[in-house]
Design a binder for this molecule. Structure first.
Ligand code: URA
Length: 245
């Protein structure tokens, strides 16, 4: 959601200040109604008109990015830290991340300016596979990994069944590498799941989202999704939402 004056300015119709004047003068409509409040927020599915003329919608664009660690999954940060859209300066569309990865998590992140697509993917009933690889402090027992598979009680409820694989372990350093597939997207979920069984996550990377992988991308790189990938992803998410409703 963006402030109305920003959306008008972003469509190239007027400067931010001129857009504010247009709003105050009652020349702007949102979904057919005159809106005079400057703070009004609008999303991509809202119809904005200036002087009765709908503002041009941007062409939808879709990107898959290999997010580095130490970057915020947002379009701006109050503390001035690097954000994911800093990697897209040459893209004129106003894209934003679909969901988020923690500051310290690396890996696959989708970005788009298509609000409906983003909402569908972030729908709580969308239970598409998300595959993470975690480096843990310590080596979890089979019983503890089994607990994660069945679901563990976190402060915001029990986690849905997950798939967990021990990929490798370093007995000397007492660390292990685990692949975990989850279907939900709660805040810091993977870290909290491992903490629940007594293991701190040292590193976390999202390797896969549905059928999408990082492919040949290097950290900080991105590519556009193909038309077919967007279609497939939309269909998979819609099917998942319908199945779980
Ligand atoms: N789970 C986490 O703990 N962190 C992420 O960034 C994503 C999933």
């Amino acid at each position: 959601m963006d402030r109305l004056q920003k959306v008008i300015a972003g469509a190239g119709i007027a400067s931010r200040r001129k857009a504010e004047e247009l709003i105050l003068d009652g020349r702007v409509k949102v979904n057919g109604k005159v809106v005079k409040e400057l703070g009004t927020k609008v999303g991509p599915s809202d119809k904005v008109e200036v002087n009765e003329i709908p503002i041009e919608k941007e062409e939808p664009v879709y990107f898959l990015m290999y997010k580095p660690r130490g970057v915020i999954s947002s379009v701006k940060d109050e503390k001035g830290r690097k954000v994911v859209t800093d990697f897209f300066h040459e893209i004129k569309e106003r894209i934003y991340p679909v969901g988020r990865l923690d500051y310290d998590t690396s890996g696959l992140l989708l970005l788009t300016n298509d609000g409906e697509f983003a909402n569908l993917l972030m729908h709580p009933r969308n239970q598409i596979d998300k595959v993470y690889v975690a480096k843990l402090e310590g080596i979890p027992s089979k019983e503890n990994l089994r607990k994660l598979e069945k679901g563990v009680q976190l402060e915001d409820g029990k986690t849905a069944p997950a798939t967990v694989k021990l990929l490798s372990m370093d007995k000397k350093k007492q660390t292990s590498i685990i692949e975990i597939t989850i279907h939900e997207g709660r805040n810091r979920q993977v870290r909290r799941m491992f903490e629940k069984i007594g293991h701190r996550v040292l590193k976390l990377k999202r390797e896969r989202y549905a059928f999408l992988t990082l492919g040949g991308l290097k950290t900080g790189e991105a590519r556009e999704l193909t038309h077919h990938e967007v279609k497939q992803l939309r269909a998979a998410a819609q099917e998942s939402v319908n199945k779980n409703s």
